[in-house]
Ligand binder design. Structure first.
Ligand SMILES: [Zn+2]
Length: 91
């Protein structure tokens, strides 16, 4: 899947086998001191948001940061078509 920060189609839930449209994006802010981005942990529909969030938090806990890097907590963002990652509002 392309790492695009905006989209013009309806994305689907990243849970394997789930055909439902994604409503949330799970992500954590990441910074190396000069640039800041949203690290993507997947997309979730209404039914899978808690499961995806829990998995993302486990992965986040295993993330090893290099010198100068910092990462924020894993949070749910509501997907808003056409909006850039950094402009998404927290759900
Ligand atoms: Zn789902």
């Amino acid at each position: 899947m392309a790492e695009s920060s905006s989209f013009h189609y309806q994305p689907t839930c990243s849970t394997p086998g789930c055909p439902h449209p994604a409503v949330y994006k799970v992500g954590a802010t990441w910074s190396d001191g000069t640039s800041r981005e949203l690290k993507n942990y997947g997309l979730a529909c209404e039914a899978h948001r808690e499961a995806l969030l829990a998995r993302a938090r486990q992965r986040r806990d295993q993330l090893r940061l290099a010198e100068g890097e910092s990462a924020g907590p894993v949070v749910l963002y509501r997907l808003e078509p056409g909006r850039r990652d950094t402009a998404l509002s927290q759900a």
